[in-house]
Design a protein around this ligand. Structure first.
Ligand code: FES
Length: 159
């Protein structure tokens, strides 16, 4: 089985917490959510054999990313927020958008651009079948941090 454990978190408490999960559960669902010791909601995704972890609520308006589809844009796997369809890369947390260089040109020509890192990505490590999530505690503010407060947790509980 996979074990989701958190051994470091950005809110200062180093307490170890977690729960064991069956690998089949993750593979079937493709994702799990975890409230980490009452301080951070994380979404763990299993996609094409790889694990990814990110803040659970979308950087745009706090949308529930655990209900989003995973699609590729410009060759990059993204979660598509179910609320307003923002696209977030699984590996880096970058917001992607389609840019138009010349709005007067016909037909319009678009290409994918990055807004930079908008969603906080966390590290996932697998050791002997156990999966560990190390929270990214960089002090640099990332937009998705806004939705990791008690206020939003009360509104949008993890599954
Ligand atoms: Fe995610 Fe708006 S809340 S796109």
């Amino acid at each position: 089985y996979f074990q989701i454990q958190v051994f470091k978190k950005p809110c200062g408490n180093e307490e170890v917490g977690g729960r064991s999960l069956l690998k089949e559960d993750i593979a079937k669902a493709g994702r799990v959510t975890k409230l980490v010791n009452g301080c951070r909601d994380v979404l763990v995704l299993y996609h094409q054999g790889q694990l990814h972890a990110m803040d659970m609520r979308c950087y745009h308006s706090g949308g529930a990313l655990q209900y989003g589809d995973i699609e590729e844009f410009n060759g990059r796997a993204c979660i598509v927020c179910p609320w307003h369809k923002y696209k977030i890369t699984l590996a880096e947390g970058e917001g992607l958008y389609q840019a138009v260089d010349d709005p007067t040109a016909r037909p319009l020509r678009t290409h994918w651009r990055s807004k930079g890192v908008k969603q906080r990505i966390h590290k996932v490590t697998e050791v002997n079948g156990d999966v560990y999530v190390t929270l990214n505690n960089s002090s640099e503010a990332i937009e998705s941090d806004v939705y990791q407060t008690e206020k939003y947790r009360a509104v949008l509980l993890p599954a």
